[in-house]
Design a protein around this ligand. Structure first.
Ligand SMILES: O=C(O)CCC(=O)C(=O)O
Ligand SMILES: [Fe+2]
Length: 261
């Protein structure tokens, strides 16, 4: 029996049906650049994960950093006020992989062969691999009141998130498609400029607890608006790579987890 049995709502999301269901999901992802699967978890599994995430919360490492949309250092080749050089703020808490219990439902989903095959099919990729370091594969993220994630493009090519508990106000996921195409080495600077100046009508998602979201974060300008409720936004990220034995960069591990191992 697959280890994600009774955790994923298979009736609603028949992820083992690669010929039809996964292809339908792939087409949605291609059309919209984002795939949103509501009620991905069974009710029981969601409650267990909510309890687990809350029990771990006091061990979270909180980081606050400024960065530009490309998540790299200020470029001396670009003007200070170039849209790719503007400083943005991100702050959130994180529970890294090694603090997630060995019997966690998150680990069952992450390591499930059925789940991985489904993701591979949706992404039209041969194989996906976990991180080789001890911290980066599965994370819980906590956004407390006033915390947020500034506009950015991810370094990883795709992102998978599982909403555990949305905040009751603020903490919205906003995004803009077609702002970058890394494969074609193109970036839409004027679009980024108008987003940062709040002149562009960005799209916003209302993500409910138990929803799985998959998107191409590398080509996808996105952010999480500041949480304004005292109820935190709690989200799990399931992080895979296209190549084997990759570790998250040491500076990123120090920033997000406060340690290397
Ligand atoms: O919290 C989210 O919904 C998105 C997280 C994200 O974009 C990231 O961690 O890079
Ligand atoms: Fe991101």
């Amino acid at each position: 029996m697959d280890n994600a049995q009774n955790i994923i709502d298979i009736k609603r999301h028949p992820i083992d049906n690669l010929d039809e269901y996964a292809i339908r999901c792939r087409n949605k992802l291609l059309k919209n650049s984002i795939l949103i699967l509501n009620n991905f978890l069974t009710k029981e599994a969601l409650i267990v994960l909510q309890q687990e995430a809350k029990a771990l919360q006091n061990k979270a490492f909180y980081c606050s950093q400024t960065h530009n949309v490309l998540l790299n250092k200020k470029s001396l080749l670009l003007e200070n006020n170039h849209p790719c050089n503007i400083n943005l703020l991100s702050d959130k808490g994180c529970i890294p992989h090694d603090l997630i219990p060995s019997d966690s439902h998150l680990r069952s989903i992450y390591t499930s062969e059925k789940f991985q095959k489904f993701i591979q099919c949706v992404l039209s990729t041969n194989k996906i691999y976990p991180y080789a370091d001890t911290l980066s594969s599965i994370n819980y993220n906590y956004y407390q009141k006033n915390q947020q994630l500034g506009w950015h493009f991810d370094n990883a090519s795709f992102a998978i998130t599982l909403m555990i508990q949305p905040s009751t106000s603020g903490g919205n996921f906003q995004y803009v498609v077609n702002a970058r195409n890394l494969e074609k080495n193109s970036i839409n600077v004027s679009l980024i400029d108008s987003v940062l100046k709040k002149k562009y009508p960005v799209q916003e998602l209302n993500i409910e607890a138990g929803t799985l979201v998959l998107f191409y974060g590398r080509n996808y300008l996105h952010r999480v608006t500041p949480v304004t409720s005292s109820i935190p936004r709690i989200l799990a990220t399931l992080n895979y790579n296209h190549e084997k034995n990759l570790e998250l960069a040491e500076n990123a591990r120090l920033t997000f987890f406060g340690r290397l191992h």
